[in-house]
Design a protein around this ligand. Structure first.
Ligand SMILES: C[S@@+](CC[C@H](N)C(=O)[O-])C[C@H]1O[C@@H](n2cnc3c(N)ncnc32)[C@H](O)[C@@H]1O
Length: 267
C-alpha cells in the first residue's frame, strides 16, 4: 500500500534533477533555473511568486514552509523576497534532496529543511511570522490538528497563507492524481469544511481567492514525445505525470476540485 513517503520517492531526486538540468544545457544552478523541476504545484514558479506577494512576505520574515518537497518555493522566498525559511517534510528523501539543491544554490544561510510531520512540528510556540503551505495538505487527513499546529508555531499577529486543492461538488476523483495513486493517501475537503478547521484553530480569515478558473486557463504543458523526459516535474514524479495532471485538470473543469489561495491571521 502506498504511503505518503513512498509516493513521493525513496531515491535521490536531487541527483536526477541536476543530471536532467545538465542534459538540458542549464549551466547555472539557481532557484529560478531549477523551477521547472522543483515547484510541485499548479502554476509553478509564477504561482509561488503570486502567493508570496499575496502574503506580503517581507525581508527577514521567518517563514515555515509546511510540506516543503524539493524546496523550490522555499528557495524563491529566500532569494527573491529576502525571507528566512525553514521547511518541514515527512518524506526523508525530499529533506535530503531539498538540502542538497539549496547547497547548490548557495542559500544555506537563509534556508534549511527538517524531517518531521506537520501534525507534530519540532518548533517552539510563536517561532514564525508566516506559515506557508502549497499543495501539501491534500495528503493530510487530520486537518484540525494540522491547522492547530500551524497556529501554535505562529507568533500573535502572524499569517497562515496557503495555495491548496479543495474538494468541489463531492464527486470522486479519477486516480492517479499528482499527490496520490489512489484514495488511500488523498484527503481533500470542501471550502466550508476547510474554513471550519481554520476557525477551530483560532485563525481569522483575511482573504479567500478561488483561483480555479485561472489555474484551468493556464492549461497543461504539451505532452512530450513518447520516451522523452523534458526538464520538468516528470524528472521527479515519473513518466505517468501527464496522465495524473490530466485527471486533476478534468476534475477542475467539471467541478470536483477547486484551487484556492487564502490568507489567515492569528489573533
Ligand atoms: C505536492 S508536494 C508539494 C511540495 C512543495 N510544497 C511545493 O509546492 O513544491 C507535497 C509535499 O507534502 C509532504 N507532506 C505530505 N504530508 C505531510 C505531513 N503530514 N507532514 C509534512 N509533510 C507532508 C510530502 O512529503 C510532499 O513533499
Amino acid at each position: 500500500m502506498a504511503t505518503v513517503e513512498s509516493h513521493y520517492g525513496e531515491t535521490s531526486a536531487a541527483a536526477r534533477v541536476l543530471a536532467a538540468a545538465a542534459a538540458a544545457g542549464i549551466t547555472e544552478i539557481t532557484p529560478q533555473s531549477l523551477a521547472p523541476a522543483d515547484q510541485f504545484h499548479t502554476g509553478g514558479i509564477v504561482a509561488t511568486r503570486e502567493l508570496a506577494a499575496f502574503a506580503g512576505i517581507q525581508p527577514g520574515e521567518r517563514v515555515l514552509d509546511v510540506g516543503s518537497g524539493l524546496g523550490g518555493p522555499s528557495r524563491i522566498l529566500a532569494a527573491e523576497f529576502g525571507a528566512d525559511v525553514t521547511g518541514i517534510d515527512l518524506t526523508p528523501a525530499f529533506v535530503e534532496d531539498a538540502t542538497a539543491l539549496t547547497v547548490r544554490c548557495g542559500l544555506t544561510d537563509r534556508v534549511r529543511f527538517e524531517l518531521g510531520s506537520a501534525l507534530d512540528m519540532p518548533f517552539a510556540d510563536g517561532a514564525f511570522d508566516v506559515v506557508w503551505t502549497q499543495h501539501a495538505v491534500m495528503n493530510i487527513e487530520d486537518r484540525a490538528t494540522l491547522y492547530r499546529e500551524c497556529a501554535r508555531v505562529l507568533r500573535p499577529g502572524g499569517r497562515l497563507v496557503f495555495h491548496d486543492i479543495l474538494a468541489g461538488d463531492g464527486r470522486a476523483l479519477d486516480f492517479p492524481v499528482p499527490w496520490a495513486v489512489d484514495a488511500g493517501i488523498s484527503f481533500i475537503y470542501t471550502e466550508a469544511e476547510t474554513k471550519a478547521f481554520l476557525a477551530g484553530a483560532g485563525l481569522e480569515l483575511v482573504e479567500w481567492r478561488d483561483e480555479t478558473e485561472a489555474a484551468i486557463a493556464v492549461g497543461l504543458p504539451p505532452a512530450p514525445p513518447p520516451g522523452v523526459i523534458p526538464f520538468g516535474l516528470m524528472v521527479v514524479l515519473g513518466p505517468d505525470l501527464p496522465n495524473r495532471i490530466e485527471n486533476l485538470a478534468r476534475a477542475g473543469r467539471d467541478g470536483r476540485v477547486r484551487v484556492v489561495r487564502a490568507l489567515y491571521r492569528k489573533r
